[in-house]
Design a protein around this ligand. Structure first.
Ligand SMILES: Nc1ncnc2c1ncn2[C@@H]1O[C@H](COP(=O)(O)OP(=O)(O)OP(=O)(O)O)[C@@H](O)[C@H]1O
Length: 256
């Protein structure tokens, strides 16, 4: 399999527009993720953040423009195991679900192993490794219904990690997770980036916390209003957020 060369973006959107029937959601957007980036996506409700993610995951096709993944145009891209996705969780939605941590994490190998094939000892090892990376070895055979919101979130990250993705996309990963676990969660992501050179993209409404951990920020509201380093964002955040959110900005920037 051809690996990305250093200079080639992992994700590249060129002049992308998207509309649901009459409603234009993204308007001539240019966006790219470089290898090793940890990018936070910021924007008000309904500003197009999920749409941007769905375009990158190939769940939607742009009305105009092109999406490239690892240098390949989206319609030709087949190597989906290079991308891990952690979907938005409904808080404690796994309540009565009977699967164990081990089983849920192993389900992340389905794309690689096939639905009805047996897992080899190598696969079992990968499952244990992924669970260890998120610090849940002690819970390996526990049912996920018995876990806290923070632990459950780490199970879903382990499920995404087990297939060794190069790009990890996370949608609102800290909803329903307590403050202390949120810190642990971001430091886990940071270590994945630093130790494995993983590229990450995260959408979170908790702008104040998220922007302290990422190294780049993109602000979306139909267009990309800002796309730069977290440092630049921190210096101009009041102006940038004011432009996007108007007066409700005070509610958002209280962490700074
Ligand atoms: N399937 C759909 N059909 C029609 N309109 C849709 C559909 N999905 C989303 N939209 C509209 O597109 C716009 C952008 O939605 P999107 O989900 O991308 O925003 P978002 O920034 O992720 O919002 P939130 O922060 O609330 O999750 C919204 O106005 C939404 O109502």
């Amino acid at each position: 399999m051809e690996r990305t060369s250093q200079g080639e973006p992992v994700v590249k959107l060129t002049d992308v527009s998207f509309q649901y029937e009459e409603k234009v959601v993204l308007d001539h957007v240019a966006f790219s993720l470089e290898r090793g980036d940890f990018v936070g996506i910021v924007g008000p409700n309904g500003s197009g953040k999920s749409t941007l993610m769905k375009l990158i995951l190939g769940l939607l096709s742009p009305t105009k423009g092109t999406v490239e993944l690892f240098g390949q145009p989206l319609p030709k891209f087949r190597e989906w195991s290079r991308i891990g996705y952690v979907a938005q969780q409904v808080a404690h939605g796994a309540g009565g679900f009977p699967a164990t941590v081990r089983e849920v994490v192993a389900s992340g190998l389905v794309g690689k192993v096939g639905l009805f094939r047996r897992l080899t000892s190598r696969h079992h090892e990968k499952v244990r490794d992924a669970v260890e990376r998120v610090g849940l070895t002690a819970k390996l055979d526990q049912r996920i219904g018995s876990l806290s919101g923070g632990q459950l979130q780490r199970v879903f990250i382990a499920r995404a990690l087990v297939a060794d993705p190069e790009l990890l996309i996370l949608d609102e990963p800290t909803v329903g997770v307590d403050q202390e676990s949120i810190e642990q969660f971001y430091s886990l992501l940071r270590s994945l980036k630093e130790e494995n050179g993983m590229t990450m993209m995260i959408v979170s409404h908790d702008v104040g916390v998220m922007t302290q951990w990422v190294n780049k920020v993109a602000c979306v509201q139909k267009k990309i209003h800002f796309h730069g380093t977290a440092h630049e964002f921190a210096h101009n955040h009041e102006q940038i957020l004011q432009q996007m959110y108007g007066d409700s900005v005070k509610l958002l920037s209280h962490h700074h």
